[in-house]
Design a protein around this ligand. Structure first.
Ligand code: PBG
Length: 336
């Protein structure tokens, strides 16, 4: 039935009407806030490429987390920035490692906060790659054991969810088996399943000090040109035991999020990565875009595409905006 019987503008007539028929709504409960934790005490080091984001030592991180919990954000993902690196990433699985210590303390102070840990080796290896290296090649099978050991050490420290981001083949299986064998059947796995070799990770590598010292990550992370392959990655991760599957980055890969959600009956996470954050921050600082409007539009688009969970450095700001919902929505102020 076409015009003039059908007039789609009828349901766009007012803010109340638009709100009534809105299909997608962003919730604070969808958000995960990424944090960078380093060694020492009283440390707050701003990440230059990510205005508003800092590296914290455990004590200063607790202060930051108080605000996160009060805003109603359900969880965080923890990235460790260790003082020492070596060729074997021994800091990644050390019981007194930076993440392990942080998780124990966080869980003591905020037992209800969901703690997800990033499981990867790149911040712990002297060469900056996500796996063990031999003759300038990143080894797959030899890396699995180290990743599994790392995941178990995170679970032992109290992590609710471990999130492998290394992109080695078979790592979800290795981690699930190791967790189960150690008695951590209830520790969930959020797999970075479709993780692309993206230029949008640039600012993160400054934050985590995890830049590869030679070459790049294209031999393990996905080619940005591929989408069908992402479905294979996700299918394998689910078969191996992933509870939540992730697409990363988010904004340039909304088609992948959509396909994954359509195909698989699993919660889908989207990682609104560092470069996506920095681009908005830089433009907003110039007054070229309205930060609040742009961020809410981006995150709503990720949900519309199919994401159930969004990992974002904007989580605190978004929570503040959404918590004010009686007066504000994605369009801005609602007049009383
Ligand atoms: C570790 C890891 C990276 C990110 C999350 N985990 C960087 C990388 O793969 O180089 C990127 C997150 C971001 O850019 O916000 N492998």
């Amino acid at each position: 039935m076409g015009f003039p019987v059908t007039r789609l503008r009828r349901l766009r007539v007012s803010q109340e009407m638009r709100r009534l028929v809105r299909e997608t709504e962003l919730n604070v409960g969808d958000l995960i806030y990424p944090v960078f934790v380093t060694e020492g005490e009283g440390v707050t080091v701003p990440v230059a490429a990510m205005p508003g984001i800092n590296r914290f030592s455990v004590d200063t991180l607790l202060r930051e987390l108080k605000g996160v919990v009060e805003a109603g954000i359900p969880g965080i993902i923890v990235f460790g920035v260790p003082a020492e690196k070596d060729d074997y990433a021994s800091g990644a699985w050390a019981s007194e490692g930076v993440v392990q210590q942080a998780v124990r303390t966080i869980k003591e102070f905020f037992p209800g906060l969901l703690v997800i840990t990033d499981v990867c080796l790149c911040a712990y290896t002297s060469h900056g790659h996500c796996g063990l290296v031999e003759n300038d090649r990143v080894l797959n099978d030899q890396t699995l054991e180290i990743l599994a050991r790392t995941a178990v050490s995170h679970a032992r420290a109290g992590a609710d969810v471990v999130a492998p981001s290394d992109m080695m083949d078979g790592r979800v299986k290795a981690i699930r088996e190791a967790l189960d064998a150690a008695g951590y059947q209830d520790t969930a796995i959020m797999a970075y399943s479709a993780k692309y070799a993206s230029a949008f990770y640039g600012p993160f590598r400054e934050a985590a000090d995890s830049r590869p010292q030679f070459g790049d990550r294209r031999s393990y992370q996905m080619d940005p040109a591929n989408a069908a392959e992402a479905l294979l990655e996700v299918a394998l991760d689910i078969e191996e035991g992933a509870d939540i599957v992730m697409v990363k980055p988010a904004l340039a890969y909304l088609d992948v999020i959509y396909r994954v959600k359509e195909r698989f009956n699993r919660p889908v996470a989207a990682y609104n990565v560092s470069g996506e954050y920095s681009l908005v921050k830089a433009a907003a600082a110039q007054g070229w875009v309205d930060e609040r409007a742009v961020v809410l539009e981006m995150l709503t688009a990720m949900k519309r595409a199919g994401a159930d969970i969004i990992l974002t450095y904007f989580a605190k700001d978004v929570a503040g905006w959404l918590n004010d919902k009686r007066n504000e929505n994605i369009e801005g102020k609602v007049e009383p």
